[in-house]
Design a protein around this ligand. Structure first.
Ligand code: SF4
Length: 526
């Protein structure tokens, strides 16, 4: 089976992970050997290995530190004290431990977070991190969750089974999905039912790609639900596969979610041992630290074992996607709601909503609130209601100053605009968008310019480099944004070219936080 695996070009990243895990880095001699075994040019292996942040290519004579500690420097962790951690940890942990900064690790409600090898330390302090290192706590503990037996006992997989037996009809399920108005919850918001119908109309064979890359800073809803109730998602996935007629499913999980990976491996094995319906081929794939792979076509490139560079469209992936086949791509959470919508009826979902909006949203709330976390609330709720009714209010000594309604790329709004319904369309008039519903709350102790700089530095780090406006523009913007007084004319030149000439959403959305500071917080940069 190893020989067979080496023949599969698409498994290159999995092989790189195996080497990286075993040797704490990718030594050149191992890459040469891998290229030989896979019958690939060395340049191809090298260009993939150097693209992903979680791989480090090392010369053959390099010596590696015994352990790596990553300190998240995403916005919520920065507000929670990441800079102080980064300043103190190297001396405290000694030369044997390598301390590096890492982009958002998807645990913003636990800020600040440090990751000791693969073990996330929530609400990290220097002493807590040191204790984890000394105790050898380097693997993520599995959370308590609803396992296969408990899920079955609660009526789970009845829907998936009834579809395969013909006691439920795929057309009825499809109509329920369309009537619910459920939109893709990864950020783009494309209606899920319509997507199913479009892919179903394509010529077989069709495949599905599940996006659990959840890299937007501020977002942690997919991890939270996956840690609690993985089979609700797996059943939604199997229902979608039956309705659309899918022959193979590839689940792409971000590498930072080590506990989720172990959990999913375990529960997928349980599902395959006791399948409620005929299962398509299912593979769990591991990301390697590249935010851009959350973009659907970049994720497909990555599953194919390549650099995660977004594709030009058309063709759209619904027609020509993974391995050249029509592809149904879904965010984790979109599939998570399928069982409830079909069994409870589309009216159940549409009965929720606020301020004229319809449905439910899972808001990842972090920052200066008393109870950060994933808040399931009506679509269209305002940030003020979200803070007051779902988060226990602001932290003691903090008042609302600003908020990010949609993570790093969704823009920044001032406190006076605290009554805007948070939903897909309503924020656009204010230069913002909801994306994956990651709400980061800032107080009078924070500044919008710091938040915007944090976001732009993230984009510069994560640009895939394929197009010049994004690759160069983000770096240049970071430089300009550090001046006490902003050169707004030059920044706006950059904004325009990034929005107009970038291939994908990363470069197109990167100017959002800058423009919001210029519009709503000019006093901070004057
Ligand atoms: Fe890559 Fe940025 Fe261009 Fe997207 S916009 S393709 S991330 S360089």
């Amino acid at each position: 089976s190893l020989v067979h695996a080496f023949e599969r070009r698409d498994l290159l990243i999995e092989h790189l992970h195996a080497l990286n895990d075993a040797y704490r880095g990718l030594f050149e001699r191992h890459l040469v050997a891998l290229a030989h075994e896979m019958k690939l040019p060395m340049a191809e292996v090298f260009e993939v290995a150097t693209f992903y942040h979680h791989f480090e290519v090392l010369p053959n004579d390099a010596t590696q530190a015994a352990l790596t500690v990553r300190v998240c420097d995403g916005l919520s962790c920065e507000m929670g004290g990441a800079k102080q951690l980064l300043a103190k940890l190297p001396a405290l942990l000694g030369a044997e431990v390598r301390v590096i900064r890492a982009p958002c690790v998807g645990r913003c409600e636990q800020a600040p977070v440090a990751v000791v090898h693969q073990n996330a330390v929530p609400h990290a302090t220097p002493d807590k991190v040191k204790a984890a290192v000394q105790a050898g706590h380097t693997q993520q503990a599995l959370p308590d969750y609803v396992d296969m037996a408990a899920y079955l006992a609660d009526g789970g997989y009845a829907l998936a089974a009834s579809l395969s037996k013909g006691t439920a009809q795929t057309e009825d399920v499809l109509q329920a999905m369309e009537a619910s108005g459920l939109r893709g919850l990864g950020g783009a918001g494309f209606p899920a039912g319509r997507k199913w119908r479009i892919v179903r109309e394509q010529t077989a064979p069709r495949v599905m790609a599940v996006n659990i890359d959840e890299g937007e800073p501020g977002t942690f809803k997919d991890r939270t639900y996956l840690e609690r109730d993985p089979h609700r998602f797996l059943e939604g996935m199997l229902v979608a596969a039956q309705v659309v007629g899918i022959e193979a499913i590839y689940i792409y999980l971000r590498d930072e979610y080590h506990g989720c990976r172990a959990l999913l491996q375990h529960e997928l094995a349980a599902l395959q041992a006791n399948p409620p319906c005929p299962l398509p081929h299912i593979e769990l794939r591991r990301g390697a630290g590249a935010y851009v792979c959350g973009e659907e076509s970049a994720m497909i490139e990555s599953i194919e074992g390549k650099r995660g560079e977004p594709r030009m469209r058309p063709p759209y992936i619904a027609q020509v996607g993974l391995f050249g086949k029509p592809t149904l791509e879904h965010n984790f959470e979109t599939l998570y709601w399928v069982r409830d919508i079909v069994q409870k009826g589309s009216q159940w979902f549409t009965s929720f909503g606020a301020n004229g909006r319809v449905g439910l949203r899972s808001f990842s709330v972090s920052g200066r609130v008393k109870q950060p976390g994933v808040k399931l609330a009506p679509a269209g709720i305002t940030v003020q209601a979200l803070i007051d009714e779902y988060c226990g209010g602001m932290l003691e000594g903090h008042t609302l100053y600003a908020y990010l309604p949609g993570g790093a790329s969704g823009g920044i709004l001032p406190a006076r605009l605290n009554q805007i319904p948070l939903d897909f369309d309503t924020l656009q008039a204010h230069g913002c968008f909801i994306g994956s519903a990651a709400v980061v709350v800032l107080s009078q102790h924070d500044t919008a310019r710091d938040a915007a700089l944090n976001a732009m530095a993230f984009f510069a780090h994560e640009s895939c480099g394929q197009c010049t406006p994004c690759r160069v523009g983000t770096v240049k913007a970071v430089q300009l944004m550090q001046a006490p007084t902003w050169d707004n004319a030059t920044l706006e030149d950059l904004n325009e070219v990034m929005v107009d000439a970038s291939i994908c959403g990363l470069g197109q959305a990167a100017p959002n936080p800058v423009r919001c500071v210029q519009t709503y917080f000019p006093h901070e940069v004057a």
